[in-house]
Design a protein around this ligand. Structure first.
Ligand SMILES: [Zn+2]
Length: 71
């Protein structure tokens, strides 16, 4: 018996790719600690545990510095 074939319609994107895609949706004012840029994007990432709040990521669009915020 062979391995089950992967469903071609179900593509698992790399987590970073998904974050990039989501990040393009919204631009906000930020304060980048690296280049002191004022414009960036953010996206949220829901952890597996429903008890934990979602983690919010920020990325500076100038220098691509990325950080996260646990609020
Ligand atoms: Zn920056």
């Amino acid at each position: 018996m062979g391995e089950p074939e992967e469903d071609p319609d179900f593509i698992v994107y790399d987590e970073d790719d998904m974050n990039e895609a989501n990040a393009l949706k919204s631009t906000i004012k930020i304060d980048c600690e690296k280049c002191h840029g004022k414009e960036g994007v953010w996206w949220s990432f829901q952890t597996r545990s429903a008890d934990e709040p979602e983690t919010r990521f920020y990325k500076c669009i100038k220098c691509n510095h990325t950080w996260r915020d646990y609020t």
